[in-house]
Each structure stands twice: as C-alpha cells, then as structure tokens.
Design a protein around this ligand. Structure first.
Ligand code: GLN
Length: 273
C-alpha cells in the first residue's frame, strides 16, 4: 500500500490532524514527507500499526496517550494513562501563582496532587527555583519527577502520599493544586476521551465534587507560612462554594480568576494569621 492510499483510508475515519500524527508514528514520515513521498510503498507492519492506532483513537484513547506527549505552558510533558493530560485551563493556575511568587525573593512552593507534574514544572521553569510536588499515585509521581527533571535539569522534591501526609511539619509560601473535582454526574456526562483518563485524578468526592478540595482547604493552614497563599483550580460551577469554604476556614483576600475561555477556574486566598 502506498502512503497516499493509507492516508485516504485513515482520513475517512478520523480527523486530519490525528491522521498526520498517526502516519508519522507508524511510518516515520513527517508532514512534508507524507506529501513528497505520497507514492512510496509502505510495509505491512507500518500499515498495520497505523490501523491499530486509528482503532485506539476511535475507541476513545486521547491523542496525547497515543503520542505519549502533551505540551503545557510551552514545555513538553510525557503522559501515560496514569496521569491526567495537562489542560490549557490549568495555565491560569500557573499564571496566578507566578503573580504571587513575584512578591517573594525565594518562595517555597508546593504543587499538591501534581499528576503529570505540569504545574510544578511550569512554575520551576518560569521562576528558576525548585518547586516541591506530591501525589497519592506512585505511578503518577514517577512520571511527574521525570517530567520535572527533563525540563528543569534537576530532580524535584517529590513525595508520595495523600494530600499533606508527606509534608508534616513543613510550611510553604504558596500551595497550588489542581485536585480531582468532578462530581459523579459530570464525570458520567464527559466524553469517552476523558473517561480514558484516571478517575482517581478526576472524581472529587461528595455530592458537589468538593470533597478533596474541602480537605485541602481545612488542612492547608498548618502547611502555609503566615501570609501564604492557597490557589485551587476547580470547575466554574464550584468557584462560589470554594470561595465560601476558604472564607469559613479563615482565609482572607479571596479572589476568583477566569481561564482563557472566560470561565471562572481558579480560587485563591491568603492565610493571614
Ligand atoms: N478540568 C478537568 C475536566 O473537566 C477536570 C480536572 C480535575 O478534576 N482536576 O476534565
């Protein structure tokens, strides 16, 4: 089978950007060579691999899991089915933390529920200082460490455990987190691409999805320096509740930030005493 024939076959099944990427993985031909080598014959194994990847895509595997790569904040991240795929929405959380970090000379920052390590890595890269990370999933933490090391050139302080468990006795100036926050029914409504991601990283617990966020907010004062900031990503339908929980737990200067799509996405507050 020739390049152009395989390409035509795949285009009838999935969208053209995905076809180009799958063709590149299966045949080693980049976008330009897929055109200039359109008459080149492909081996049976190249054709079989391309078809298999298309089947995986059609059965709901996100492209990032097929390529094993996703870009976030201009940096490359390795992703597997053990981590949530970094989303552009979360760049808002990074921006908010960067804003706070500029007020410090050398802030101590923690990325709680780090997943792929995207937030810690983007912050460490932008600020030129180390950023700590932790996660309850051993597999996720291994990927996070590898992403951090690959982009920063040094190993992170990466600790395994539930929420603040690995950080007893330690304090930070800024804690950033994109924890699981979906409700069961939002999760059920999501498309199959999202269902291919780890539910451990998505389901927030409690009727309103805020179970884990509630725990984080109530535990965090013990891990924040005075004047320290907690910045949390959540769904736009949760920002009001999230702000209220922060207020009830004694946080001050509470504010909500919108993501690039104009939806409320990040709630942050300061621990004043
Ligand atoms: N924003 C993600 C989604 O809607 C959820 C991320 C999370 O739960 N932390 O798929």
């Amino acid at each position: 089978m020739r390049v152009r024939e395989l390409k035509r076959e795949l285009l009838a099944r999935i969208d053209s950007l995905d076809v180009r990427i799958i063709m590149r993985i299966a045949t080693g031909l980049d976008d330009i060579h897929q055109l200039t080598e359109a008459d080149t014959s492909l081996s049976d194994s190249e054709v079989a691999m391309a078809r298999e990847l298309v089947e995986r895509r059609l059965s709901g595997t996100p492209m990032a899991y097929i390529t094993g790569e996703k870009e976030f904040y201009g940096l490359p991240f390795r992703v597997t089915k053990d981590v949530l795929i970094p989303r552009p929405d979360t760049e808002t959380l990074v921006d908010i933390v960067l804003g706070y970090a500029r007020g410090y000379e050398n802030p101590r920052i923690l990325d709680l529920c780090t997943g792929s390590g995207a937030i810690a890595t983007a912050l460490a890269h932008s600020l030129g200082i180390p950023v700590a990370m932790s996660d309850i999933s051993e597999k996720a933490l291994a990927i996070a460490s590898c992403n951090y090391e690959r982009n920063i050139g040094a190993a992170p302080d990466a600790r395994l455990g539930s929420l603040f468990e690995p950080w007893r006795g330690e304090r930070f100036d800024i804690i950033a987190t994109n924890p699981p926050y979906l409700t069961q029914s939002w999760y059920e409504e999501t498309d199959k691409d999202v269902k291919a991601e780890p539910s451990l990283a998505l389901l927030g617990g409690d009727e309103d999805g805020l179970g884990i966020i509630r725990s984080i907010i109530s535990l965090s004062p013990d891990y924040l320096n005075e004047g320290g900031v907690l910045a949390i990503e959540c769904d736009y339908r949760q920002t009001e509740s999230c702000a209220r929980i922060l207020r009830n737990e004694g946080f001050s200067e509470i504010a909500v930030a919108k993501d690039a799509a104009g939806k409320e996405r990040v709630v942050h507050g300061t621990r004043l005493s």
